[in-house]
Design a protein. Structure first.
Length: 280
């Protein structure tokens, strides 16, 4: 597998795992087959021009786009099965960590990956529990004729999504703690990111270190510099073409949109706070 660390802004990084080979059908688990079937069913609904299936897809895609990109990144990492664990320990299954060295020094790359894999663990556990609590409550909606029980199925999907994110994070922790990752600084990524650096002198200071995403103190002490975008949608498409990973495009598009929206919201809140302070 290949793990990519792709900085979106000066404080946020997308984790993406590319599986170099897919399992043959006979080795797929029941969960794998169910996931593939659901994806094909959803794709079929997307082709409908009208009807309740089309409406479900439209609203569903709107909700899916708002699922945090960090969660999608962890879900790209396959769960750590017994077979995969043995193969990775024995070195049969090689894993590469690919990153732009201009932003993430080689000495920090593994720590950045470990942070991305574990920082949301408690959140996913909490959300998973609430999904399980909500499932029995939404179950009576199944009595409504014709229309499927959408609230129940949404909670089932979110429960599965949180579980996959947890499983992906555990896999990342396992690889990081066992030093089973081959560090591979990417000249391709460097060539794309270097012109995008807000300040060229910051190139070796790991401006995409996830620790810098923490909010500043309330009193403003030791406040980090303002967060800035690194990738635009055009840069994201350029990156996808350079890496030759078409399936990465939707992940980058979603992450860039979410980070842009978050930064804009922060600026608006900061502006309102400053206006309130001046008026007092």
């Amino acid at each position: 597998m290949r793990f990519f660390l792709l900085p979106i802004s000066t404080r946020r990084t997308l984790l993406y795992c590319q599986k170099l080979q897919s399992l043959p059908t006979q080795k797929q688990t029941l969960l794998d087959r169910a996931t593939i079937y659901a994806a094909k069913l959803w794709a079929g609904w997307e082709k409908n021009d009208q009807g309740w299936q089309k409406k479900v897809v439209v609203y569903g895609n709107h909700l899916l786009r708002r699922i945090p990109y960090e969660e999608w990144g962890l879900k790209s990492v396959p769960p750590l099965s017994t077979r995969r664990r043995e193969e990775e320990i024995l070195g049969k299954d090689k894993n590469f960590l690919i990153f732009p060295e201009t932003l993430i020094p080689t000495t920090k790359a593994t720590n950045v990956l470990r942070t991305l894999g574990t920082e949301r663990e408690s959140l996913h556990k909490s959300r998973l529990m609430w999904c399980f609590i909500g499932m029995p409550i939404s179950a009576p909606f199944a009595l409504v004729p014709v229309i499927p029980n959408l609230p129940f199925f949404y909670l089932v999907y979110r429960a599965w999504s949180h579980w996959r994110a947890l499983a992906g994070g555990r896999h990342v922790r396992f690889l990081s703690e066992r030093n089973l990752l081959s560090l591979s600084p990417s000249p391709i990524l460097d060539s794309i990111y270097t012109p995008l650096l807000p300040n060229p002198s910051d190139s070796k200071e790991s401006i995409a270190d996830p620790d810098r995403a923490k909010p500043p103190a309330a009193d403003g002490a030791n406040a980090p510099e303002e967060e800035k975008m690194l990738l635009s949608q055009d840069h994201g498409r350029q990156l996808v073409e350079a890496l030759e990973i078409p399936e990465l495009e939707v992940e980058l598009e979603r992450a860039i949109w979410q980070v842009e929206t978050a930064i804009q919201k922060q600026k608006e809140e900061k502006s309102k706070s400053e206006d309130t302070t001046k008026s007092k």
